[in-house]
Design a protein around this ligand. Structure first.
Ligand code: SF4
Length: 276
């Protein structure tokens, strides 16, 4: 029988932990491994993930000693992009999360009473995102419940020997290679680490001459603007300045990597199923 880590005492038929390929959900999987042996580990694979994510999932499986079930959308991203008439998803519409991640996840869950384990930490109470509205899914936040913070999550990953996924060298979030939540510095990272994916993402951007509308991944700037060497230098300079401020203590050294990376004054956050 599973230990209850939920805020409710209801009994659940199934326990599910959705991995994003990011550090928090991975640390939670390691943390819960022996507490809920019957846990089902799933990964909602958009088909647009980085190869580093797939490699990390294989390493996680080895640590868990259990397979991670891959859930796939009914149709690929490009199909839905055509359905949405070429309008790229953004933090407000986020149709990609719904079509590529949530629908396959909810289909997999079905109507069983399920306890869903989510890796939000105690030091990010502001974080919001997907909490299923399906009445049979109850969401649990074990790290919040036991007060585990960024440094605790990093310790779990370090002590297990698993570490961080390789993309953390240049990117702070899991998710699709073209994710619009990326900071400009991360787009530059994509260009430098996966030029072909950067170009693929750029090819989705459009200018509609009839309406004068531009559909770009980054607000007010196209990826070809970002790829300009002068612009790359500016973006890197701004990022370096931010890192220096972080090292001098004007940014909380315990801050999530995401906040240290952020090149926007108002970071819009990610979504729980994609970015934990
Ligand atoms: S990772 Fe980003 S682009 Fe991919 S489904 Fe999630 S929000 Fe959309």
């Amino acid at each position: 029988m599973a230990e209850s880590h939920c805020t409710t005492q209801k009994m659940y038929k199934r326990h599910i932990l959705s991995l994003s390929g990011g550090k928090d959900s991975t640390a939670l999987a390691l943390y819960m491994r022996d507490k809920v042996p019957e846990m089902e580990y799933v990964f909602c694979d958009t088909g647009e993930e980085l190869q580093e994510t797939y490699a990390y999932l294989e390493r996680i499986e080895a640590h868990l000693g259990k397979p991670i079930i891959r859930l796939n959308p009914e149709r690929p991203f490009k199909h839905y992009l055509d359905v949405y008439r070429g309008v790229l998803p953004d933090p407000r519409t986020r149709w990609c999360t719904r079509m590529l991640k949530l629908k396959p996840f909810e289909k997999y869950v079905g109507d069983d009473p399920v306890s869903l384990y989510v890796g939000i930490r105690a030091d990010e109470p502001h974080r919001t995102g997907y909490v299923s509205t399906k009445p049979n899914i109850t969401t649990c936040f074990p790290f919040v419940k036991v007060g585990m913070r960024y440094k605790d999550i990093m310790r779990i990953l370090r002590d297990s020997g698993l570490g961080l996924p390789d993309y953390y060298k240049w990117r702070s979030r899991s998710g699709c290679y073209f994710c619009f939540f990326q900071q400009r510095r991360e787009w530059v990272g994509l260009l430098e680490n996966h030029k072909e994916l950067f170009e693929k993402a750029a090819a989705f951007e459009k200018f509609d001459p009839e309406t004068g509308e531009s559909f770009t991944w980054v607000q007010g700037e196209s990826l070809s603007d970002i790829a300009d060497p002068k612009r790359i230098t500016e973006i890197k300079k701004k990022h370096t300045e931010r890192m220096i401020r972080a090292s001098q203590g004007s940014i909380d050294p315990d801050a999530p990597l995401l906040d240290v990376f952020s090149d926007d004054d108002e970071d819009q956050g990610g979504c729980l199923i994609c970015h934990l």
